[in-house]
Design a protein around this ligand. Structure first.
Ligand SMILES: Cc1cc2nc3c(=O)[nH]c(=O)nc-3n(C[C@H](O)[C@H](O)[C@H](O)COP(=O)(O)OP(=O)(O)OC[C@H]3O[C@@H](n4cnc5c(N)ncnc54)[C@H](O)[C@@H]3O)c2cc1C
Length: 377
């Protein structure tokens, strides 16, 4: 019998397992794939967004947890020796007309106490990044933006959780959940059955499917959005050293240039609603959109050095903000849903939020006497 059973071994479920492993009680994480972080967590931009890019208008919880998450990453990535590209980020006004919006974003960031943002003229930007498009007008520097190897990150967090007593089982696809006598019985496709006092639904794009196993009418609906990418070969690592954002639009953060820790550069993502929660190959439309948006930000783009294309599916729901709450019908069933972008950035803070603000108010948890904070072996 477990105290906490987490469904989903992406970065979110794994960070939750690590957080719970610091407390008394038995924790189990079940992941359907043969390894952790095979789905959204590695099919994305792998960005730890600077807080200025996540304003509260798109979700108060998203904004708060992303800001906390960015702060935690500055320590956690180094402590776990996770490969990161800490070059920082530039937000670009592509023309004079966009400068007004750029200044509004700078002002809003300062009003939130984010004082890392710094206005840069076109000349300053081109001196730092000669391959930016000559037509750009100005930019904001945001030094806390970075990209991280999310696969290594998830493995390290998982190893730390296991070191502290959590159990992680991969290749276990949850197929049903029942609740009786204050205990959940979770059955998997392999025929195994697990019992737990709490269930945490961190199944990403499959959140609603898992919720429907226990609730007749889950409090959200999935609205998956595909994001497509082209990736430049590591031989082009000098093309751009900073993360480059266009101004955000109604559609989202737009198509970015994202240098990665391994020297490759991701160009993307697009954002297209799709019915399915499965990844699909890059479409011709997606490729055209990426080429045209990137060309408006940069010159000398080595499109002939694209060595990989992929897409990821955002686990968006029919609400803007993250949905992290106990089920109304079954308070010990915790929804960790709608964790689309900035879910990687927020994940360490989501884990703390789930434990400290959802579980502990239901029942006090006891911290373990001696916890390994960063050991993985
Ligand atoms: C195109 C794109 C770009 C993005 N860019 C960024 C970015 O730059 N920065 C950022 O902060 N965020 C970004 N995000 C969002 C970020 O990737 C996600 O918020 C984050 O990865 C969510 O992690 P997760 O663990 O909730 O989901 P996932 O990584 O999807 O993990 C869920 C896990 O649950 C498992 N699962 C599902 N069903 C079952 C079942 N029945 N039984 C057992 N296991 C199951 C899945 O196999 C999966 O491993 C982006 C997302 C996309 C798609």
């Amino acid at each position: 019998m477990y105290d906490f059973l987490i469904i989903g071994g992406g970065v979110v479920g794994t960070f939750i397992a690590r957080e719970l492993s610091h407390y008394e009680g038995k924790t189990l994480l079940l992941e359907k794939e043969s390894d952790l972080s095979q789905v959204q967590t590695t099919h994305n931009s792998a960005l730890v967004h600077p807080p200025a890019m996540i304003p509260p208008e798109k979700g108060e919880l998203k904004s708060r947890l992303a800001r906390q998450g960015n702060e935690i990453y500055q320590t956690v990535a180094a402590k776990f020796d996770v490969p990161v590209n800490k070059g920082g980020a530039f937000l670009i006004a592509k023309n004079e007309a966009e400068i007004e919006t750029l200044l509004e974003i700078e002002k809003a960031a300062r009003e939130r106490g984010i004082d890392e943002v710094r206005y840069l003229s076109k000349e300053e930007l081109l001196a730092k990044e000669p391959n930016l498009n000559d037509e750009i007008a100005a930019g904001l520097e945001m030094p806390s933006g970075m990209s991280a190897d999310t696969s290594v990150l998830t493995k390290k967090i998982a190893a730390n959780a296991v070191k502290n007593g959590a159990e992680i089982v991969t290749g276990e696809k949850v197929r049903s959940i029942e609740f009786a006598d204050d205990v959940f019985t979770v059955k998997t496709e392999s025929g195994k059955s697990y019992q737990s006092r709490y269930v945490l639904n961190a199944a990403g794009a499959h959140n609603e499917t898992i919720a429907r196993m226990i609730e007749e009418d889950p409090p959200y609906r999935m609205r998956p959005h595909r994001g497509e990418y082209m990736v430049l070969d590591a031989s082009e690592k000098n093309f751009m050293r900073h993360i480059i954002y266009p101004l955000p639009s109604k559609k989202g953060k737009g198509i970015l240039i994202i240098p990665q820790p391994d020297g490759t550069t991701r160009l993307g993502p697009t954002s297209t609603y799709q019915e399915s929660v499965d990844d699909t190959p890059l479409t011709e439309e997606g490729a055209q959109e990426i080429r045209s948006e990137i060309a408006s930000l940069a010159k000398n783009v080595p499109f002939d050095k694209v060595y990989r294309e992929y897409s990821g599916v955002r686990s968006s729901i029919n609400q803007d903000d993250f949905y992290i709450r106990a089920s109304k019908e079954y308070p010990s069933f915790i929804h960790v849903a709608g964790i689309d972008s900035p879910g990687v950035t927020s994940s360490p803070a989501i884990a703390k939020y789930v434990v400290e603000e959802i579980i502990i108010p239901q029942e006090p948890l006891q911290k373990k006497g001696n916890v390994y904070l960063y050991d993985t072996e």
